[in-house]
Design a protein around this ligand. Sequence first.
Ligand code: ZN
Length: 427
Amino acid sequence: MVNFTINLYHHGFFVGNPLHYMDGDLRVVHNVNFEGVIYSEFCHNLRKLVVMAPVSYYYVKSGVPMNLGLKPLKTDEDLEAFKKAAQENNSKIDIYCEHSGYNVLEMLKNDNLVNEEDEQDFSDNENQDTLDDVKDLVDFQTEDDSDVVIPKITTNDPWLNKLVGLGKFIGHMDDPIPPLNGRFMVEIDDPEEDEIDTQYKVKKGVQYPAFDPETPWNSCKPILGLRFESPAQLKQCLANYGVTHGYQLWYLQNDSHKLLVLCARDVSEGRCAGKRGKKDNESATCSTKGQGSKDCKGESSKISKATKERWDKKKEEEKKNVANQKDCKFRLWASWMSTERSFQIKTLYADHKCSRNYNLGSLVTYKWIAHHYAREIIDNPWLTYRYMQNSIREKFKIDVSLGQCKRAKQVALFDHEGGLVDHYSRL
Ligand SMILES: [Zn+2]
């Protein structure tokens, strides 16, 4: 006589692409004896274990991805197959309760159909992401990456093109970390250069240390003058720093040339300070977007009045935002060095006045999660989102959504296949 262990997933729902069970609870039932049990009895017993009545049951061998191994549990024959599967799986099996009446097998069929298209989308994104990749690696502002609107200053920006014309800078970057090839990187000065006390600014001619990628995640912190390989590396470091100390950091400026980071933890207003800043920033972006594209079509050769207005307006917005950061003075400015291919922290007020905030799910993105879990995901592609979520809660003391875990897993596996595994697992 064999006693089985059932992982009973319930009170959740199935979602596709790839098929998984969302927002469910898990009840582990030990010492289950199926001997002589018929389907109706089996259902009756399961029903007693969950509060909300399931419409139907499905099972999958523990550790097998759902979209590959999900089977219905609707008849006596299904039950026999189920018992056999459990036996072959060291007497352990996962059962999923379906509460809504969906035909999950139909979802599975659709799942497989759209998979190809999905991957296509994904690779398309990756391609166009060469620059974006840098900036959305870690973003502090919102939970949903799709509504992060960040001003883009790329090849077609008339303002940068103008600078290129002067022969001092390059504005063209095919790769976020292009080889220098004797050219200089865009070195952009801190917009508040003149107002910052010299002790918070890098000194010319001083050789500052380079960030050590082997730094343990909870020892990462920004240091004046520290040099990074790329904005992405700095942002990863800052996300780790924010998570370690519970700082609600956010980017006021964020692109492949420069980074302006503030601490938005306003004690009296919670996260509102950050939100307010972001909103202002966003509306500025929206209102300038139209003008920007008009400029590109019409008069890309010279700085138009609209562009100048746009920059003046942006500066005003930024000043206003900075002035709003009353409670915490943390401020970091980083940009490329002109003398070498390093992205450097050029000015830094490192002191915080804020206190730890545990509710920081929005502080990290799925890419940050991918960084931290790449090794584990690649070693075990069946790692569940729930496991990742719990593990992140335990290890980093932050709550992230299952959706973030899902994206992270996709990114880690995708990049693994794309040969970028070293990039992620290095951390
Ligand atoms: Zn702070």
